[in-house]
Write a protein that binds this ligand. Sequence first.
Ligand SMILES: [Zn+2]
Length: 264
Amino acid sequence: MIYYRGGSKELRITILGAGSILPTKERFSSGILLESGELGKVLLDIGPGTLEKLREMGVDPGEIKRVFVTHLHVDHVLDLLALIKIKAYLPERRLAIYGPRGISEWLNLLTTDDKLFGYLSRMGCKDYLDVHECWETSTTIENGIKLSTTPVEHFNGIAYRLDFLGGISLTYSGDTVPDDRLIDLARGSRILIHECSLPSDKMRGKHTSDEDLVEIVRELQPEILIVVHLYPEMEKRVDVLREKLRSAFAGKIYIPRDLTTIEV
Ligand SMILES: [Zn+2]
């Protein structure tokens, strides 16, 4: 366990999945568990393997009351249907799902079409799902926690920022290319969880490279940087990445493998 304390409130961040759709020994698809007294237990993304990682952590999926989805790619969302079905068996079933534009239609199709998973509607999921579409959103969700989102350049992606009353602020990029809208969202955020998919010489898709991330943190200067969404090619160069990042800012750098907990 990595331990860090600052500020008056406590937030526990567990990186359940720090990798990409390509599983490696240390990293698999996206999923982050946040735990705090104010927010309870919530997930940022819920890719394949997320529920299994929760099981390993001893977290009952029934305790998850909110899921924040960045975009509807398989490696960020596949376990959501499993969580929806699990909730059907529980006495307290309510599940709030936040996601980008289009997530309501996507969920509606998946849970009502009998060629897909239409039986979920017959199990009552419509009654307990509370779906919130976000885009350029700024709202207060609970205990004064401010939720802000911005669209980013990656499929239908959005990035999230949470500001807690105690002064902790956290921004999660999801998948994205370097995007000024994300820089604006993350400015002043104490914690930055940012993707770094591939080295710049191996870049493919709409992602952030090691060189890009160095420039982003040079601009933002977060207190804590947590680097996620590493493809195998990036994972092989973690030590070089850490050195490059070290030269750009003075904050703490975490490049965690799966099931790493960071306490703030
Ligand atoms: Zn993606």
